[in-house]
Design a binder for this molecule. Structure first.
Ligand code: PAF
Length: 311
């Protein structure tokens, strides 16, 4: 595996491979790799001639400095994992390489929350028009996060120029936003959504899971269990849900999830939404939109966990 830390070297290497007619599959990451990332790399390797990954903890997508500081950085272990996943090229730049014009553009500056909410959407702090996609769910909780994601992903696409890029469905809102960004800017890359990889008890794999204490970790399995029950309750009639969606209004389902999660002393529901999978608009009535996605965010102690399921 070739490892580059500069944009110049990375571009030179990939350009010459492209000239030979090789196709490039790309998996962008922030490191702390787990089996979820491995599944993206596996798919990328199968579908392309060259498998490329990046490791870059992108400061401008964090709206909490402490969160950025404590984000796991495990580059040596990550390199071993990438090699065993047959990655051909790793791009692992410094912050200065990615954002040379100091100071680093910051969506996560020292503003207090109420100020942030008052902050007007300007071109400078919102370079991408994401419509309403970043005003809901994670976007409400993490001001500027998705703008920061789009800035770095667009930069990475410009450097790597992949044919296909692989993103996990676990970050469903991120996936919808990247698809939108690529479509509106006509970026010539195919975005490939990949299924969420789960621990044996159902918890979605995430770099943040390592921060859970044993009690939080054990109880976090309830998140996926609740989503499975939601799926069952809203599925077309079957022996365990004789009436399917007719049996429960969306509002009642939300209350049911809230109670189910919050009665667990280790968990606290941040939101549960049933949304249109493309627009991410909240659905109040089962007839409103198809296909649907149930999305959830839960705090286990200080750690925010997100998950989702197709309905
Ligand atoms: O999903 C992630 O790991 C990050 O948001 C991404 C896409 C690598 C951008 O920093």
């Amino acid at each position: 595996m070739e490892i580059f830390s500069t944009i110049k070297e990375t571009k030179e290497c990939l350009m010459s491979l492209k000239k030979e007619g090789k196709t490039i599959g790309f998996v962008p990451t922030m490191g702390a790799l787990h089996r979820g990332h491995a599944s993206l790399l596996e798919r990328g390797e199968k579908e392309n001639d060259i498998s490329v990954s990046s490791i870059f903890v992108n400061p401008i997508q964090f709206n909490d400095k402490k969160d950025l500081e404590k984000y796991p950085r495990t580059i040596s272990e990550d390199i071993i994992k990438l090699k065993s996943a047959h990655c051909d090229v790793l791009f692992a730049p410094s912050v200065e390489e990615m954002y040379p014009a100091a100071p680093i553009p910051s969506f996560c500056d020292s503003l207090k929350e109420p100020e942030k909410r008052r902050q007007k959407k300007t071109e400078k702090n919102n370079p991408f028009d994401l419509g309403n996609l970043d005003n809901v769910m994670e976007g409400k909780q993490r001001s500027g996060h998705f703008q920061g994601v789009c800035v770095v992903v667009k930069k990475l696409f410009d450097i790597i120029q992949p044919d296909k890029a692989y993103f996990g469905e676990k970050d469903f809102q991120q996936l919808a936003i990247i698809k939108h960004m690529v479509q509106t800017l006509s970026v010539p890359v195919e975005i490939v959504p990949c299924p969420t990889v789960r621990e044996p008890d159902g918890l979605a794999m995430s770099s943040r899971n390592t921060f859970l204490n044993p009690d939080e970790r054990k109880n976090a399995a309830l998140i996926y269990k609740a989503l499975m029950e939601v799926k069952n309750l809203t599925s077309p009639p079957n022996p365990s849900s004789p009436k399917g969606k007719e049996s429960m209004k969306v509002a009642d389902l939300k209350k049911w999830v809230e109670q189910k999660i919050n009665e667990n002393p280790f968990l606290k529901l941040e939101y549960f939404e049933v949304v249109n999978s493309e627009t991410l608009a909240s659905v109040k009535d089962w007839n409103e939109a198809i296909p649907l996605r149930a999305c959830i965010a839960v705090k286990a102690g200080a750690i925010r966990l997100i998950d989702n399921i197709a309905l």
